[in-house]
Ligand binder design. Structure first.
Ligand code: MTE
Ligand code: MO
Length: 361
């Protein structure tokens, strides 16, 4: 196995920095194996000496901290949370088919995966530092320097203090009961359940409490711009900065382009509501969206984890479009088409999942 220790059938969008997603059929398990978990990187993996590594906590706090891994593990209770990570660029390829998005990776539906994360609650560490009243945002800085930013800078993000002090946000050193792999942010990464992957900063070095969101390049880079905007000539504030994930779903089986016998066909996928919502219903169609049946939907494990679903459709001979759409606990439903949600950087495509199969009599 190479540096990335990934399975052989990953869809690799970029080798350096490594950007790859598993094929949809590999996401049927509730917990994604480490060798299958998607990877999204903006720069080379930083070299960190675990022995001399320290986490700094500073800014608008009463007691700035500097913690070794040993101190983190001894001073705070360990916590485990199952959570789905999802890149904001997931399913960009479907937006690109509607209208091109130059210079961005054509992610399919696999830029998402679920792990069982262990570490300490960010809330506990912030409580130890003593957040001051004006500390409305918590900023994270990683150790990797990205050339995508001008001038090059470490990857960073921030989240509002209200989210940062909720029980589900972790500083994680383990993934699926194993040491966090270097590729996924060792020695320590942030996990912000229900929010876009870009806020879960890997190779964490520093946590800063501040009055405003971070001015790190990647905070506003992950924004939905109006369709007419030129992504190279935008000012901070031109777009909607992404935080909570939007309701979406994916069809995992059958495969795109599959040749199947006509008749009863099992269709499987997942749906994910994002933020602290859950999925309430998934509709599945075997005729391009003319008629629908309700899928059998798994109960939510918690609000931050995908829910798998399955349905049996009776498919006629010939070419057929399978469609799935999810509804969430607020009764919101996914938009029908990529045309509605197209944006210049290709984020947050949550239009109905569609896939073509051919059935023989
Ligand atoms: N953290 C750092 N330091 N550098 C990065 O490039 N990529 C972010 C986030 N955290 C990134 C990062 C993005 S865009 C996503 S979607 C997730 O990490 C991907 O996490 P994974 O590679 O563990 O799947
Ligand atoms: Mo991402």
């Amino acid at each position: 196995m190479g540096t990335w220790d990934k399975r052989g059938d990953m869809v690799v969008h970029e080798v350096e920095p490594y950007n790859a997603e598993p094929p949809p059929g590999a996401l049927l398990d509730q917990i994604t194996p480490l060798d299958t978990f998607y990877g999204r990187n903006h720069g080379p993996i930083p070299r960190i000496d675990a022995a001399s590594w320290r986490l700094r906590v500073d800014g608008l706090v009463d007691r700035p901290l500097e913690l070794s891994m040993d101190e983190l593990q001894r001073r705070f209770p360990e916590r485990t949370v199952v959570a789905t990570l999802q890149c904001a660029g997931n399913r960009r390829a479907d937006l690109m088919r509607f209208r091109d998005i130059p210079g961005q990776e054509p992610w399919g539906p696999g830029a998402t995966s679920t792990a069982c994360w262990s570490g300490v609650g960010l809330a506990n560490v912030l409580a130890e530092a003593g957040l001051q009243a004006q500390a409305a945002h918590i900023a994270f800085t990683g150790a990797d320097v990205s050339q995508e930013a001008y001038p090059p800078q470490p990857f960073g993000a921030s989240i509002p203090a209200a989210k940062a002090t909720s029980s589900e946000v972790l500083l994680a050193w383990a993934m699926n009961d194993q040491a966090l792999p270097i590729a996924h942010g060792a020695p320590l990464r942030v996990v912000v359940p229900g929010w876009i992957g870009a806020r879960s900063v890997k190779w964490l070095q520093r946590i800063t409490a501040q009055a405003e969101p971070t001015d790190n390049y990647f905070q506003t880079a992950y924004s939905v711009l109006p369709p007419e905007a030129d992504p190279h000539k935008t000012e901070p504030g031109d777009g909607i900065t992404l935080g909570p994930i939007t309701l979406h779903c994916a069809i995992l089986r059958p495969d795109e382009g599959a040749q199947l016998p006509a008749g009863p066909t099992d269709v499987t996928g997942f749906a994910f509501a994002g933020d602290d919502r859950t999925v309430a219903r998934v509709d599945v169609s075997g005729d391009g969206g003319s008629t629908w049946i309700h899928a059998d939907l798994d109960a939510p494990e918690n609000p931050w984890t995908w829910q798998h679903w399955r349905a049996t459709l009776t498919l006629p001979a010939g070419e057929t479009e399978l469609v799935a759409r999810a509804w969430d606990s607020t009764a919101a439903v996914q938009p029908e088409s990529p045309a509605t949600v197209w944006n210049p950087k290709g984020y947050a495509n949550n239009s109905w999942a569609r896939l073509n199969v051919t059935c023989h009599p």
